[in-house]
Design a protein around this ligand. Sequence first.
Ligand code: CA
Length: 227
Amino acid sequence: MKQILLIEDEAGISQMITVQLKMFGFNVHEATDAKTALSTNKIESIDAIILDWMLPDEEGPNLIPKLRQRTDAPILMLTARSEMVDKLTGFEAGADDYLTKPFDMMELIARIKALIRRSGDSNEDEKITTIKYKGLTLNLETRRVEVDEEEIELTPTEFTILEIMIKKPGVVFSRNQLIELVMGYEYEGYGRTLDSHIARLRSKLEIDVKSPEYIITVFGIGYKLGK
Ligand code: CA
């Protein structure tokens, strides 16, 4: 299991990121300030670090050199929009990547995966790259999807929806739950957009969209994968 150190003082954001990372199979160590972050147990086995710019006891960029003394793990910085002008400072301080708040949660997951992949030497104890369900095959590395051995093209959002659902066949996801998992936030009025993503996904996966085999509507609640 990949180990992520999350250094973020805003409880709401921290919790949201943690839930998502866990959902995607990461183990998360949370720290709310620089001091706690630096005293993380087994910090040398951390695979990637998510670092908020503004912490109560230190600015993120100043913390980077101190983290670097302890670990080579790639660092992704979170910045508020107003702090974007300071990006250069952060890169000079040695951050590997940036994300500006508010961000799409899938973007964060994708960046973290990319950083870990790039950093290379990480222990390959977790090799689940393809997931199968009936005629569906998802490759999480290459993000390719096959239906009955025929490759199909999905948009990133469609892929993400399918990835979430295929990991838990038969489990009912409410529309709000799916929206939150896909977008990272609760979006008022996103329900119809979700439904249209689902409709497009179905048109690509299903032989008969009127009698779907994969994405099943659970009336009044949401969707599930399989019957
Ligand atoms: Ca902060």
